[in-house]
Design a protein around this ligand. Sequence first.
Ligand code: SF4
Length: 64
Amino acid sequence: MRARVEKPACAGCGVCVEMCPAVFEMGADDTAEVKVDVVPTEAEATCRDAADQCPTSAIVIMQG
Ligand code: SF4
């Protein structure tokens, strides 16, 4: 599983970083970034939760 942040849509709220720091971090431009190529198996559930909780639906989850 992979994840991506649509930067133009990101409000920079930090919710995803708080919920799933294994996958998300804040970038220098104050929007979130995905810091891993492949989401670690143990972080998949929290990564999906973070995507669900993102207020602007800026997180895209991709299988494979
Ligand atoms: Fe951006 Fe969504 Fe993460 Fe908030 S939860 S920082 S809007 S990607």
